[in-house]
Design a protein around this ligand. Structure first.
Ligand code: SF4
Ligand code: SF4
Length: 454
């Protein structure tokens, strides 16, 4: 570990995984820019990993920035708030980059919108306290986070109040704040650590109170020295530790983070709380500070717009619900050799072609790869080299999973534990036969889950 930590047992890394080119330099130095509000936002009613929300507004209703427009009674869900002042339009359906069709509420912007520096100041600027002296109880913190509709902003979109809520049955001793951002290209979390470090520290302390964790560790890969330095400075005067971890993909996955920092093994099918840990992304915890201290619901997020196929790469603060096309246009559009547009990064993201779709709470970036980036030799037969097995961080046998999926053999796919696959893409990245292992495994997982229901 780059920085020695008292009490922490991990070695700062994990077994297996890969080292894809990071390509962070494309956008790492671009300061977060505030994109003006679009004319219309489209808010999918499912933006978390749990239950979908139902609209609580009517067409033609006028709403204000931050007003709740959809909610769910389910515990594992997250309310949706308007990121714009305007008028609600008729409910529609959108297809998200992951292929899911979901109902959505369009809202047409009207009047003056909170913008520029004022918006930044509301969300991340100004003073962020480091001491709370019993001001908030754990339940008050998780209730405010629930009310703000927060979900994990690193991509998983798990409702934050569920992770943060005090749970007497599963005592948490350590809160890990995930600033690894191991996915190539993306620099969203990096910029937030550099530019909004005080909000991250405030949120981390509140997260510690809510979970009951006595140790709080901010985890950053060692390819981000400026972020490590900024976070160390911001944490001065607190007990928060900063862990510099070895750069390796997928270091940011919860299971591998817990192993790297604490040397605890989270068995498949279990949650971090089962091994005494809570994990939250840096962007999420900054948003949590806002929800608790400023009553700001989750209406905006930072996205990296990056890759060789975008004319002007940027890190942007955008309204949730902004169409991808508006964001791409704001960045000057696509270059002539742009080949693949991905929601997220190249390892775990989803390629898509419909730019009218909106970004959601879980959209961490837009990566545009060029023809050169995507030039791959043709798929050939498996040569049984075993490389995919060597790199799988979950200890699966990707080649067998892919074969089972290809043959639509659900029982075999179950036998090889296909649903444990985290779709990290390490196997496909390393396969010399260019077998689309992740696509096949994704298909196989759908087949297995459908089979279980029958
Ligand atoms: S099988 Fe799944 S978890 Fe294993 S390397 Fe491939 S995508 Fe990652
Ligand atoms: S890496 Fe590719 S070629 Fe090698 S065993 Fe796995 S699937 Fe087969």
């Amino acid at each position: 570990m780059g920085i020695r930590l008292k009490k922490l047992k991990g070695k700062g890394t994990f077994q297996r995984g890969v080292h894809p080119p990071g390509r962070k330099e494309i956008s790492a130095d671009k300061k977060i820019e505030i994109m003006p509000a679009p004319g219309k936002v489209i808010l999918p009613l499912l933006q978390n990993i749990g239950a979908p929300c139902k609209s609580i507004v009517k067409p033609k209703q006028v709403v204000e920035l931050g007003e709740k427009i959809a909610d769910s009674k389910e515990f594992i869900s997250a309310a949706i708030h308007s990121p714009i002042s305007g008028t609600v339009l008729k409910e529609t359906t959108v297809t998200l980059p992951n292929g899911r069709h979901v109902p959505a509420l369009p809202i047409r912007g009207e009047g003056t919108q909170l913008d520029g520096q004022n918006l930044w100041d509301r969300l991340y600027g100004g003073e962020w306290p480091k001491k709370f002296d019993g001001k908030f109880s754990p339940t008050e913190i998780s209730d405010k986070i629930n009310e703000g509709g927060l979900v994990g902003l690193g991509g998983a979109a798990f409702p934050t109040h569920v992770k943060i809520a005090p749970n007497p049955k599963k005592q948490v001793d350590t809160l890990l704040i995930n600033g690894c951002e191991c996915e190539p290209y993306l620099t969203t979390d990096y910029r937030l650590m550099v530019e909004a470090s005080e909000a991250i520290i405030s949120g981390s302390i509140l997260g510690g109170i809510a979970t009951g964790a006595k140790d709080i560790v901010i985890c950053i890969e060692d390819n981000k020295p400026e972020a490590i330095q900024t976070m160390q400075k911001a944490a001065e005067g607190t007990d928060i530790q900063i862990a510099a971890l070895k750069t390796k993909y997928p270091q940011g996955s919860e299971r591998h983070l817990i192993k790297a920092v604490l040397d605890r093994i989270m068995p498949l099918g279990q949650l971090p709380a089962d091994v005494g840990v809570a994990v939250s992304n840096v962007g999420t915890i900054a948003a949590a500070a806002g929800a608790v201290l400023r009553d700001t619901p989750l209406t905006h997020r930072v996205v990296s717009v990056t890759g060789g196929g975008i004319k002007n790469p940027k890190n942007l603060l955008v309204l949730i619900g902004t169409p991808y096309g508006d964001i791409i246009e704001y960045c000057g559009g696509l270059t002539e050799d742009a080949a693949v547009v991905t929601s997220g990064g190249p390892m775990m993201g989803f390629a898509f072609t419909d730019f009218t779709m909106p970004i959601t709470k879980g959209t961490s970036g837009i990566t545009v790869l060029t023809k050169k980036d995507t030039k791959k030799a043709k798929e050939t037969a498996c040569i049984r080299c075993g490389l995919c097995v060597d790199v799988c961080p979950v200890n699966l046998i990707p080649t067998r999973l892919a074969t089972a999926a290809r043959h639509r053999d659900s029982d075999l796919a179950e036998k090889y534990n296909i649903t444990a696959c985290m779709e990290c893409g390490c196997c496909a990245y390393t396969c010399p036969a260019n077998i689309p292992l992740v696509q096949l495994i994704r298909m196989g997982k759908v087949m297995v889950i459908a089979n279980r229901k029958n």
